[in-house]
Design a protein around this ligand. Structure first.
Ligand SMILES: C[S@@+](CC[C@H](N)C(=O)[O-])C[C@H]1O[C@@H](n2cnc3c(N)ncnc32)[C@H](O)[C@@H]1O
Length: 329
């Protein structure tokens, strides 16, 4: 029987004696709960996909400018890889290029990365937490920037399995085990006051949190003194103190709570103890950045906007505008 703990063996042993050691005793049970096949009906099927992934060595691993893995695999193996990766559809965050398969994800997550990266303290040798990392796309890009240890967390087991499918192929061309993992947990399961990470990312999570100040405070508590927070979230235009709390859905999502203006967000970050919070980028999401593809066939941004006026969501709210904030502790 496949044991999910084998996925995490390298991570767990690396934590001994590290500033994250305090997390260690909790992790086995958190992994059991987050990847429990009795709780998540489809997980057994996805696990079988992981078990069937062929062992292929890679002689080309690119993580800095894009995520591409390639080698001398046969046409048969390439077709098998494509089929297995398709069994994990929908793929939302990417793209990935794996042994000839282009996983054309719903989101061009590389475009977000291009907007975020120029504003960060260099990631080289940093220990990083990526909260709500999805398939772990940005975690790999962080490794491409030279980070020494990256821990993503995401409570959705499908995305965790997608991550380990990608890791399987990256490992085929890596010396040792890449120091990147995704834990099947939400931010609320991270031990309080770890104060251990050099950089913590929270991208696309803030608006899903019902208690925004608590989210900011829990993010702050993950960081060591002098560490950096990178927060990306939905915004509205307007002045200090303004915030949209959509009644009902926002862009068809039923779990959207707080959409502040940039000035409001900065004042919340300052109130929660962050130093020098600043908006470093804002961009309206385009139909080229978030769209239906053959790897994500459900509705996407086009169906979430007012067909007569793309400046509004289908519910009449301002269309998605995303801001990137950076601050230190
Ligand atoms: C919009 S996606 C963002 C993915 C990625 N960070 C990005 O920016 O492209 C939000 C992710 O947050 C995850 N999520 C939801 N609630 C969470 C929580 N309480 N803690 C951590 N992640 C959460 C979801 O499963 C989802 O993968």
């Amino acid at each position: 029987m496949f044991n999910y703990h084998t996925l995490y063996a390298e991570l767990l042993s690396s934590l001994h004696g590290s500033p994250l050691e305090k997390w260690l005793p909790l992790l086995p049970e958190q992994i059991n709960q987050g990847l429990c096949e009795q709780r998540f009906g489809d997980l057994a099927d996805w696990r079988q996909v992981l078990q069937q992934l062929p062992e292929v060595s890679a002689n080309k691993i690119e993580l800095k400018d894009k995520i591409q893995i390639d080698g001398d695999s046969s046409d048969n193996t390439r077709a098998q890889i494509k089929n297995l990766l398709q069994a994990l559809i929908p793929w939302r965050k990417g793209p990935f290029f794996i042994h000839g398969t282009h996983i054309d994800t719903e989101w061009r997550s590389d475009w977000k990365w291009d907007r975020v990266l120029p504003h960060l303290a260099p990631l080289e040798n940093r220990t990083i937490l990526d909260v709500g990392c999805g398939s772990g796309y940005h975690c790999w890009r962080m490794l491409g920037e030279g980070a020494s240890r990256i821990i993503g967390i995401d409570p959705s087991p499908r995305f965790v399995v997608q991550f380990y499918a990608v890791k399987h192929f990256i490992q085929g061309g890596y010396h040792g085990v890449p120091p990147v993992d995704v834990l099947p947990i939400g931010i609320e399961a991270v031990p309080q006051n770890l104060q251990a990470f050099d950089t913590t990312f929270s991208m696309g999570v803030f608006y899903h949190r019902r208690a925004p100040m608590d989210h900011l405070r829990e993010l702050k508590a993950t960081l060591r003194q002098g560490g950096q927070l990178v927060l990306e979230t939905l915004l509205i235009e307007g002045g200090l103190g303004e915030v949209l709390v959509p009644e009902g859905r926002y862009a068809k999502m039923n779990n959207v709570w707080f959409l502040p203006t940039a000035d409001t967000m900065i004042s919340w970050m300052r109130k929660c103890g962050f130093k020098n919070p600043r908006l470093v980028d804002s961009a309206t999401t385009t139909l080229q950045e978030q769209r239906q593809t053959e790897w994500m066939t459900y509705h996407s941004l086009e169906q979430f906007l007012d067909p007569a006026d793309h400046r509004k969501t289908i519910e009449g709210h301002p269309a998605p505008l995303r801001g990137v904030f950076v601050a230190e502790v």
